[in-house]
Write a protein that binds this ligand. Structure first.
Ligand SMILES: [Zn+2]
Length: 345
């Protein structure tokens, strides 16, 4: 009797565990099968053929292609794939296009001759209509395709201050201002004075973040003060003209922005000096480099990125982006122009 009891005590739980495992194994398998079936149903390529037949766009010669092309729920889908087929894209290429390429790029494709897209499928920031420029750039500078895409997108295949575009999102804290993007005579509406001296102003969030930065620096025995913050279009005009008179245009362009192109005009940039000096000391610049992003600022112009920004290193020039983006820019070790193209645009 005792023996039987012991056996029951040992085997019953084992049996139970076995039963439960078996149950879950089969039920999860069932689930998998169901999912597979569902995706198959959704991707059933004959849906394209079905839909095409219901429209006046149906073309008998493309019957086999319709059968292979995965249907997409969007306006004028049949018209668009007809155009792609007319351009000699094969059905599997069209499936790839729809899997990897943004809608706006697909629309541009319709107006171009057939292009070889294979090298671009892994590059998320490429623009279809710039493909010839990417290839020229890559050929000329012997870069990777990825780098060519990035540089051309920024504008670097043209001289600074050429092909200038008007900035659309002037009021956004992530706005990109550089030698290819102009603010015009924009002025922010939420400027706030800095506590150091009311004549220095930044946009509200940037101003608050700057006060925090200054306090935190103090705790580390780093004493900094603003010496230039928001600058209007008119002010920048006077400043730049004075520099041009003094040093000539090409020299002035390396350290001063032309009016409309200064980050200071956004109210998101501030230049700082070491307290009691007319410069930033090496030690304080190092502190800023290590800590600014924690308060939402990046050092916008460095020695390493001057080929991209077109400015000499300015360890005193802080640009507000908010903590999250500033941290990400620093972690990814990118110039903001690059970061903007890859992650913000
Ligand atoms: Zn500055």
């Amino acid at each position: 009797m005792k023996k039987t009891k012991r056996i029951i005590f040992i085997f019953l739980p084992l049996l139970l565990i076995g039963a439960i495992t078996t149950y879950f194994y089969f039920s999860s398998h069932k689930l998998e099968n169901k999912e597979v079936k569902n995706t198959m149903k959704e991707e059933n390529p004959s849906k394209t053929l079905e839909v095409a037949r219901e429209t006046t766009d149906y073309q008998e010669k493309y019957k086999n292609d319709y059968q292979e092309i995965h249907y997409q729920e969007e306006k004028d889908f049949i018209k668009k794939i007809n155009t792609l087929l007319d351009l000699n894209y094969k059905a599997d290429e069209i499936n790839k296009i729809y899997a990897y390429i943004k809608e706006e790029n697909i629309l541009k494709l319709l107006n171009l001759e057939k292009v070889n897209l294979d090298p671009y499928y892994q590059i998320k920031n490429f623009e279809v209509d710039k493909i010839p420029e990417y290839e020229n750039y890559q050929e000329k500078y012997k870069t990777t395709l990825e780098e060519a895409v990035l540089k051309v997108n920024i504008g670097l295949d043209h001289d600074f201050y050429t092909q200038i575009q008007d900035i659309e999102n002037k009021d956004e804290y992530t706005v990109l201002v550089n030698k290819y993007h102009s603010l015009g005579d924009y002025a922010p509406t939420d400027l706030k004075s800095l506590s150091y001296d009311a004549k220095y102003q930044l946009r509200k969030k940037a101003a608050d973040a700057f006060e925090e930065l200054v306090s935190a620096a103090k705790l580390d025995q780093v004493f900094i003060r603003p010496y230039s913050a928001y600058r209007s279009y008119t002010y920048q005009t006077g400043l730049y003209d004075r520099y041009v008179k003094r040093d000539g245009k090409s020299e002035a362009d390396t350290y001063s922005a032309r009016p409309g192109h200064s980050e200071h005009q956004t109210g998101l940039a501030v230049d700082v000096w070491t307290e009691g000096k007319q410069e930033i000391t090496v030690k304080d610049a190092e502190w800023l480099k290590q800590n600014s992003y924690k308060y939402g600022f990046i050092i916008r112009y460095t020695r390493e990125n001057q080929n991209i920004t077109g400015y000499i290193a300015e360890p005193w020039h802080l640009r507000y982006l908010g903590i999250e983006i500033a941290t990400d820019v620093v972690e990814k070790n990118l110039t903001y122009d690059e970061y903007y193209d890859l992650y913000i645009k």
